[in-house]
Ligand binder design. Sequence first.
Ligand code: ADE
Length: 243
Amino acid sequence: MIRFDILTLFPEIIEGMVSSSILKRAIEKGLIEINIIDFREYAGNKHSTVDDYAYGGGAGMLIRVDPIYRALNTIEGLSSAHKILTSPSGNVWSQKKAEEFSKLNHIVIVCGHYEGIDARVLNYIDEEVSIGDYVLTGGEIPAGVIIDSVSRLVSGVIADDSTVNESFSMGLLEYPQYTRPQEFDGYKVPDILLSGHHANIKKWQRYEALKKTYIMRPELLDQIELSKDDLKMLEEIKLEVNK
Ligand code: ADE
């Protein structure tokens, strides 16, 4: 069971993202809990404003630290939670980080905002997380990415075997998969998959995963341990691809 507390100015975005069938079912089954906190409620002023001008000038307004501080302190068990801020300057998200986070019990996500946030917020969080080298208008989509990629790794959320062979979990991109019809618009399902020969199919899938990775993300091959068989297949792949 993982509990997420999400601090945001746009609760409806988070609500929309976590009402997908799989996450919704996970919540109903009690495998994850998602608590959304609209920190505008902690603005502490009549007009519920949470931003102000930046000291030193510069374009735009910044989110103040005090509403976030007050909202954080309403969270039960805050001190033992892993508290993150979404930000393009953070540690880059990856399947490895999703796996680490899936072992936690309590994750607090402060959604940053496009014009920035008072840097003193960093005193109250453990880690800044970026979902990639591009800039979004707010931290809600990154929060959704984190919630989704972590939740699906929680036991019982999806069939356990569907996370074993997938891209990145074994360090390789996924081999191609096919369903009916056997032929569509002249494109056929590879014969080997119809052969019923389990060992050969497994070998083919490994070959195809290595090939896909070699073509699309060759740098990933340097980050995993390859067996003798893998290396032999890679030689074949290089000949096939570079001919
Ligand atoms: N906020 C804006 N851009 C972001 C990104 N790439 N990752 C996380 N938070 C962000």
